[in-house]
Design a binder for this molecule. Structure first.
Ligand code: NAG
Ligand code: NAG
Ligand code: NAG
Length: 323
């Protein structure tokens, strides 16, 4: 009974979990993505992975506005025709569907910042330079001439910075791309937010171009892939094993409980004796009555302990003995 209930609960939970996962998160992009100045016309686009009814926009985690989605639209635009200080911040979007009712998770955050051209663009260097083999660790260094604050690494084609760092004192950030693959190839640049200012950006610096050759000299790469697959398979097997173990444990526990029950009834014949002592010997009728009632559990040994009657009798017998 208990394992069946467990299985039912587990099944229900799995179904509920897969339902909740059926609302993939949207993505938010900023246009133009870089070099925005105050009073510029800036547009935030929320890209929907599936039909939705309503799209909400959050600024610094707080609801800012929302829009009804028109039929056939896969993106919903929120425009700031005249960007003001109060528009600057971190944005996320989210959508709601009606059938079945649900709300997606929020998109990854996108920062709306303005570029202050009075700051010099940061310097950048790439090591090793340009052509590298797959699996190599690549470092990109950026420096901002003592303005401190935070240094951001941008990749062309990505609206948000891909990495950021607070270089304490030294004003140089070192970004490492571990074990690069051809997917990491592209143009990288830096910018910085000077110390003490929050939504102001320096202009973007020069770009460095990373090219990754998928040469054969990268046994680490395939080994790692192989390792990942092995780990995934092992993980799946382990999960199944744990589930089976839990089921077995449940069966063993309930079986043990049943055996303890029957053991108790086995030791029962001693009890009627105690009762016999308690019962006044003159009342022979009562004595017979007690014995008859106590007998059934020992004679019905193999039967499952379904009838609650014997346990009531034992309890009565025990309290009688204690007094
Ligand atoms: C701002 O840009 C959006 C998207 O490019 C455009 O639809 C809108 O008309 C622009 N608004 C102004 C005032 O230029
Ligand atoms: C890349 O960096 C990681 C972590 O520091 C290190 O374990 C690995 O050996 C490095 N790989 C190469 C090819 O240098
Ligand atoms: C990257 O910089 C080089 C010069 O260093 C320039 O020729 C090239 O056009 C730049 N690429 C982009 C996408 O801006």
């Amino acid at each position: 009974m208990a394992p069946m209930a467990l299985t039912l609960i587990l099944g229900w939970w799995l179904v509920a979990a897969s339902r909740a996962e059926h609302l993939p998160r949207p993505s938010l992009s900023l246009h133009p993505s870089q070099g925005v100045s105050l009073v510029d016309n800036v547009t935030l686009r929320c890209h929907l992975p599936r039909p939705a009814a309503r799209v909400m926009l959050y600024q610094d985690k707080c609801w800012r506005t929302e829009k009804e989605k028109e039929k056939g639209q896969t993106t919903v635009e929120f425009s700031f025709p005249n960007t003001k200080w109060t528009d600057l911040g971190v944005y996320q979007c989210q959508y709601r569907v009606l059938d079945p009712p649900g709300t997606s998770e929020q998109s990854d955050p996108v920062e709306l910042l303005v570029t202050d051209h009075s700051y010099p663009p940061p310097g950048i260097s790439l090591s090793p330079e340009e052509h590298v083999e797959m699996g190599t660790n690549v470092t990109i260094q950026c420096w901002n001439y003592g303005y401190q604050g935070t240094i951001f690494l941008h990749r062309d084609g990505h609206s948000a910075p891909v990495q950021c760092q607070d270089p304490d004192g030294v004003s140089t950030a070192t970004f490492t791309l571990f074990g690069v693959t051809p997917a990491d190839a592209g143009n990288y640049r830096c910018s910085y937010r000077p110390g003490g200012s929050y939504f102001q950006f320096s202009p973007l610096g020069d770009n460095v171009t990373l090219k990754v050759t998928p040469g054969p000299a990268h046994p680490g790469g395939t080994e790692q892939l192989h390792g990942n697959m092995l780990a995934a398979v092992a993980g799946g097997c382990a999960a199944t094993l744990v589930f089976i173990l839990i089921l077995i444990l449940f069966f063993l526990l309930s079986a043990r409980r049943r055996r303890m029950w029957t053991d108790e009834s086995h030791g029962a014949p001693r009890m009627p004796e105690a009762v016999q002592l308690q019962v006044p010997p003159s009342d022979s009728e009562s004595l017979t009555y007690v014995e008859l009632q106590a007998e059934p559990p020992s004679t019905r040994l193999p039967a499952p302990p379904a009838s609650p009657q014997p346990s009531v009798i034992y309890a009565q017998v025990r309290t009688g003995g204690a007094r």
